[in-house]
Design a protein around this ligand. Structure first.
Ligand code: DGL
Length: 257
């Protein structure tokens, strides 16, 4: 039994959607969340910039005594998960776009994978896509601008149509079997995406995200390495590189959504 907390990291507040899942599925652990809100969004930055920022955040969590790190950021995973794993001594579990279950689902339509610009063009994600039975079924949709709004606590169902029109209008009228939320921020605007999808696409438009599978993987890794805790109380400490007075209330409200 290891009472040390698990470190959860995201460029900003999107990782709260993964932490929320962890608090439910692993309530006997404690957590430290680190949001790099000062530098969000990562998705429009270069590979070198994202790598440097991710390393800094991981070091910050390690210096706070975490026993494992949960990277709750698809962009950081796509950019530098291999280097992070090589460098850190603690185990690292990370989220990535859930295209596998989406592609396994029946249907003759397409799968839309919505993510940051960086995720959609980086090797690690493209390699994952190439391993799907029919990679051409997946349409990658980079969505710059969504994260900036979500970081400002804009979440209303009708607050994103201008941006959706920009990214999604080429696919209007298409049969869409699944929509992959390939950025942890997007979980919080699922309602807005569903509303837009109902108005513009045909097909089932079932949603997929990698959060629950990632937390189950965290449970397996903690168990295997003898790091589990059965006496924690789902305590979650919030840390940010940004203005805490601004981000803490938004973080708390996202956790309880
Ligand atoms: N929440 C993040 C992700 O899952 C990153 C968003 C960003 O900073 O651009 O990709």
């Amino acid at each position: 039994m290891d009472p040390r907390p698990v470190g959860v990291f995201d460029s900003g507040l999107g990782g709260a959607s993964v932490l929320r899942e962890a608090l439910t599925l692993l309530p006997h652990e404690n957590y430290i969340y680190y949001g790099d809100n000062l530098n969000a969004p990562y998705g429009d930055k270069t590979e070198a910039e994202i790598t440097a920022l991710t390393f800094r955040c991981a070091d910050e969590l390690v210096s706070r005594g975490v026993k494992a790190i949960l990277i709750a950021c698809n962009t950081a995973t796509a950019t530098c998960i291999r280097q992070i794993r090589e460098k850190l001594e603690v185990p690292v579990v990370s989220v990535e776009p859930a295209i596998k279950p989406a592609c396994a689902a029946d249907g003759t339509g397409k799968v839309l994978m919505m993510a940051t610009l960086a995720t959609t063009k980086l090797g690690r994600y493209l390699e994952l896509q190439s391993r799907m039975p029919d990679p051409g079924r997946v349409i990658n949709v980079p969505c710059p601008g969504l994260v900036d709004r979500i970081e400002r606590n804009v979440l209303a169902d009708d607050a994103f149509d201008d941006l959706f029109d920009r990214f999604l209008s080429p696919y209007h009228g298409m049969e869409i079997d699944g929509i992959v939320l390939g950025c942890t921020h997007y979980i919080f605007i699922r309602g807005a995406i569903a509303r837009y999808a109902a108005a513009h696409f045909k097909g089932a438009c079932r949603f997929y995200d990698g959060n629950a599978a990632t937390v189950r993987q965290l449970a397996r890794v903690l168990e295997e390495k003898g790091l589990s805790n059965d006496a924690g109380s789902a305590r979650a400490e919030f840390c940010t590189s940004g203005d805490e007075a601004v981000y803490r209330p938004i973080f708390n409200s996202l956790l309880s959504r």
